[in-house]
Ligand binder design. Structure first.
Ligand SMILES: C[S@@+](CC[C@H](N)C(=O)[O-])C[C@H]1O[C@@H](n2cnc3c(N)ncnc32)[C@H](O)[C@@H]1O
Length: 372
């Protein structure tokens, strides 16, 4: 197989050029030659030896490397890799075709090189971004583009979760793929509630973000008759509206026919604590989702009046609480429910594993009975 022989220090630069020109052979890696040069494997579309594109670098014939690289770090210069071996990121997150990675302070000089190696290894990734942490009231990520496959640096992308598609944008709207299982649990609860009431249900999701919970619920035939969804972040509402339009259009009945019109189908950009200023929203829903983990419990008195009081209704929420204050937090939720005039039939308060070690991320679910 033809390889381009380049001085070691120019390896990343030539790798990037060959990848962007689509000259790089797939499923094989860079080889170190006897003279210290690096050999970059080329595919059939790469120019012939002597072409001016190669700027005087020679082409050599080599057996392709036996085993294709299985990790992005195998595309780095081995000496650079070894020198910083404890600093390279051990993990990264992907949202659609965007890869998000945290960079150690001492590694910034190599960040672009690393991003390039990631693009080489991961064909479905378009953009690699450094994660500079969360900022602002909407807790969105500050992202710095490091390398792009096609010249675009848009962080808006589409993902598939539990079978439904969602537009997301990590630099503008909070979204966590780690909560996908919570969405499955929300669906299970909604189905139980619909079975108990023997009818379709209305959900309120006032902290909807891009609408992943709505994705789970609207994907289930004959479950929802209506929804009120919203967010305070205008960028979230833009993506939420696009996602709801797509999810609603795809709805079918259990027999596979087009589903009846969903009503209400409200999407609002407003502070959830003001929703009940609209009298028509009071007592309008069967299932209420409260996902503002740093403030969910404080917001409960404002949003609980959205739930119906004349039939069984369910509150499902998420909160971040001090480990030492779990019991107290549960009591505060119970007190807010009593204050809103509901009585608790059953209550669950469980930690969702895999988040912070110092605090617990909990899911609470209360089944509320009718007023006597
Ligand atoms: C933790 S995120 C949850 C988003 C979504 N439910 C999810 O699971 O991906 C909380 C959302 O609440 C929104 N938010 C913050 N304060 C709000 C408020 N007072 N009223 C409505 N939404 C708010 C944020 O913009 C953010 O999208």
């Amino acid at each position: 197989m033809r390889h381009l022989s380049v001085p070691s220090a120019q390896t990343q630069q030539w790798l990037e050029r060959c990848r962007s020109e689509k000259w790089l052979a797939e499923h094989t890696g860079v080889t170190t030659l006897g003279d210290g040069n690096k050999a970059i494997p080329l595919n059939d579309s790469a120019p012939q030896a002597g072409d001016e594109s190669w700027r005087g670098n020679a082409l050599v014939d080599l057996e392709p490397k036996g085993k294709p690289p299985s990790h992005w770090s195998e595309h780095l210069d081995p000496e650079v890799f070894e020198t910083h071996k404890d600093d390279w990121p051990k993990a990264y997150e992907t949202q659609g075709d965007v890869l998000i990675v945290k960079i150690e302070d001492g590694l910034w000089d190599y960040a672009e090189m690393m991003a390039d190696a990631m693009l080489t290894q991961l064909p479905n990734i378009r953009l690699v971004c450094a994660d500079l942490g969360v900022h602002g009231d909407f807790r969105v990520r500050d992202l710095h583009p490091l390398a792009t496959r096609d010249g675009t640096v848009e962080t808006r992308t589409r993902i598939r979760e539990n079978g439904y598609m969602l537009w997301v944008d990590a630099s503008k709207v909070y979204f966590s793929a780690r909560l996908a299982n919570e969405r499955i649990e929300t669906l299970a609860t909604a189905k139980q509630l619909a079975a108990r009431l023997n009818r379709g249900i209305v959900v309120a999701d006032p902290y909807a973000g891009v609408g992943p919970s709505m994705g789970a619920l609207l994907g289930e035939a004959d479950l929802l008759t209506g929804y009120h969804a919203g967010d305070l972040n205008p960028d979230a509402v833009e993506l939420l509206s696009a996602n709801l339009a797509h999810l609603t259009a795809k709805r079918k009945t259990v027999d596979g026919n087009d589903a009846p019109m969903i009503h209400p189908a409200t999407v609002v950009c407003s502070d959830a604590t003001t929703w009940t200023h609209d009298e028509t929203l009071k007592g309008s829903c069967d299932l209420l989702l409260v996902n503002l983990p740093h403030d969910s419990i404080e917001h409960l008195p404002h949003v609980l009046p959205l739930l119906r009081g004349d039939q069984t209704a369910v509150l499902r929420g998420w909160a971040i609480v001090e480990r030492t204050q779990e019991a107290e937090s549960q009591q505060r939720i119970e007190a807010a429910i009593a204050q809103a005039g509901h009585h608790i039939e059953s209550m669950q308060f469980n930690e969702v594993k895999g988040f912070s070690a110092s605090k617990s991320f909990v899911c609470f679910e209360a089944w509320l009975g009718r007023h006597d």
